[in-house]
Write a protein that binds this ligand. Structure first.
Ligand code: ATP
Length: 257
C-alpha cells in the first residue's frame, strides 16, 4: 500500500509552548486510521495542520505524493482532502437536499456571466447536481427528510448530512473530527456504517479523531496514539488497549488498567 498522507517531522509551537514535536506518521491509502491520545496531546493541532487551517513551523505534509505544506484548506479541498467538524456546519435555512447541492466547487451557475450567456449549461449542471444529491441522500439514509430544513434535523442527522456533503465532491481523503460527540446510539451506528461503506465502495481514506473508543474499535485500523505532540505508538486497537505506555499516558500509571 502507498501513503495518502505523510506527516514528516512536523513541529508547531504556540508562543513558548511546543505543542507538536518532530511528529511523523503516514496514513495509508484506503485505510481508516484512528487518532487517539490524552487531552492536550496535540491531536487537534496536527489535524488542523493537515487540513490547512493552521500553518506549521517546520516539517512537511505530503498528500498523495505531492508536497502540500501550508496550502490553504480551499486548495486542499480542490485536491480531494476535506474535513468535517465537531459541530456540523449545515445551512439551517436550506433543505437537507439543498445543503448537498451547495457543495460542488466551481458551479457554473455561480458565475453571473455563465447564468446569462450559458443558461443551458447551467441548467444541465444543476440537473446533474440534483441527481447526485438525490443519490447521496439515499445512500446516507436521509431520503425521508430530504425536504426538511437542515436546521430542524437532529444532531446525528446533521452529522450524516455533513458526511453526505463529503460524498458530493468525490473526496480522496476525509478528516473526521469527533463525529460521535452528541450523536445517539442508533444514528451513530448509521454514521459508522456509512463511513465503512464509503471506504469500501469508493476507497475513501479516513483519518478519525475520536474519544469514543467503541467507534474507534469498530472503524479504525491502524490507530495512532499521540502523546506530548508526537506519535507514541501505532497499531491495532487490541494491541494499543493493552499497551502499558498507552495506559500510563491516559491514566498516569500502568497499574490502573
Ligand atoms: N491556539 C492555541 N494557542 C495556544 N495554545 C494552544 C492553541 N491550540 C492548542 N493549544 C494548546 O496546545 C496543546 C495541544 O492542544 P490540542 O487541542 O491539539 O490537543 P488535543 O490532543 O486535541 O486535546 P483534546 O483531546 O483535549 O481536544 C494544549 O496544551 C493546548 O492548550
Amino acid at each position: 500500500m502507498s501513503s495518502m498522507i505523510e506527516v514528516k517531522s512536523v513541529g508547531k509551537s504556540f508562543g513558548q509552548l511546543a505543542v507538536i514535536n518532530d511528529c511523523s506518521f503516514s496514513i495509508e491509502k484506503g485505510s481508516i486510521t484512528g487518532m487517539i491520545g490524552p487531552n492536550g496531546a496535540g491531536k487537534s493541532t496536527i489535524f488542523n495542520i493537515i487540513a490547512g487551517t493552521l500553518p506549521l513551523d517546520s516539517g512537511n505534509i505530503i498528500l498523495d505524493g505531492e508536497d502540500v505544506t501550508n496550502l490553504s484548506a480551499d486548495r486542499l479541498f480542490s485536491k480531494g482532502l476535506l474535513r468535517t467538524f465537531q459541530i456540523a456546519h449545515e445551512f439551517s435555512h436550506m433543505t437537507a437536499l439543498e445543503n448537498l447541492m451547495m457543495v460542488p466547487p466551481k458551479q457554473v451557475g455561480e458565475n453571473l456571466f455563465s447564468t446569462w450567456f450559458q443558461p443551458s449549461k447551467v441548467a444541465k449542471q444543476e440537473a446533474r447536481n440534483k441527481r447526485k444529491a438525490l443519490e447521496v441522500i439515499d445512500y446516507i439514509g436521509l431520503s425521508h427528510v430530504k425536504n426538511e430544513l437542515a436546521g430542524n434535523l437532529s444532531g446525528g442527522q446533521k452529522k450524516l448530512l455533513e458526511l453526505g456533503r463529503t460524498m458530493m465532491t468525490d473526496a480522496k481523503v476525509v478528516l473526521l473530527d469527533e463525529v460521535a460527540a452528541g450523536v445517539n446510539r442508533t444514528l451513530l451506528k448509521g454514521l459508522t456504517d456509512n463511513i465503512l461503506r464509503m471506504n469500501r465502495d469508493f476507497g475513501v481514506t479516513f483519518l478519525v479523531i475520536e474519544h469514543d473508543m467503541d467507534m474507534i474499535a469498530k472503524l479504525c485500523d491502524p490507530v495512532i496514539v499521540m502523546a506530548q505532540g508526537s506519535v507514541m505508538v501505532e497499531g491495532k486497537i487490541e494491541d494499543i488497549q493493552n499497551n502499558p505506555r498507552v495506559i500510563e499516558a491516559y491514566f498516569g500509571s500502568s497499574d490502573i488498567a
